[in-house]
Design a binder for this molecule. Sequence first.
Ligand SMILES: Nc1ncnc2c1ncn2[C@@H]1O[C@H](COP(=O)(O)OP(=O)(O)OP(=O)(O)O)[C@@H](O)[C@H]1O
Ligand SMILES: [Mg+2]
Length: 248
Amino acid sequence: MNTTETREPVVIIQNLKKSFGDNHVLNDFNLNVYKGENVVVLGRSGTGKSVLIKCLVRLLDADEGEMKVFGMSITDLKHKELDDIRAKIGFLFQSSALYDSMTVRENLEFPLRRHKHKISKQEVDALIKTALENVALAGTEAMMPAELSGGMKKRIGIARMLILNPEVMLYDEPTTGLDPITGREINHLMLEVQRKFNTSSIIISHDMNCVRRTANRVVVLINGKCYAEGTYDELKNSNDKNIKQFFD
Ligand SMILES: Nc1ncnc2c1ncn2[C@@H]1O[C@H](COP(=O)(O)OP(=O)(O)OP(=O)(O)O)[C@@H](O)[C@H]1O
Ligand SMILES: [Mg+2]
């Protein structure tokens, strides 16, 4: 028996539809993510990868479909419940999205202040220190985002995700715009996070090195649908020209 199919998925996306006017971006998109796995969503630019994960955390409202995280229907949640569930979902934005006018420390403190109201300064200090150690950037608390390299910004973005101990991680193009070596370091960091915290991740990417190194499973997004899925090697060996184009 395939154990993957008997387990309850951590994330369930069913028949997700999202359009902007006549632009039908997602059209009956389906995806399950199981505990501890890294699923890469592969798709060309503009196919709706960012829209997909924004719908999942309700930064965008889906038009139709069912989305469940930890068994709870995301579409039905009221403000407080949505806030609670968002605290369990780390989101690395495509742009890293650090607050430019805040230090690294203040950037990391932000989610703690928002989601953990009764927390002492000592606890905050300890959590920030650990989060920075987890991304190999200990001692950078006082730095400003403008002083950080692209790779460091991604790491701080990941530290900011980790600080609330999320069970689900959403990485939007974590390596795009980085040089290959820095990209490799970020891939390594994502694998380390998966191993250490047993997180379930959706990684959005069209960087094939990132896909190859981080994916336990790859889903290909074409025309708003999950066009194909499999391991990196399975898809790499496909004869379908729509899939082959990613590997050429
Ligand atoms: N808030 C919005 N309002 C209107 N259209 C939007 C909005 N957000 C995204 N879109 C449109 O939805 C489509 C998918 O956008 P999305 O950002 O998800 O692409 P993507 O697959 O992440 O691309 P990339 O790889 O370049 O990041 C695009 O046509 C985009 O113009
Ligand atoms: Mg995008």
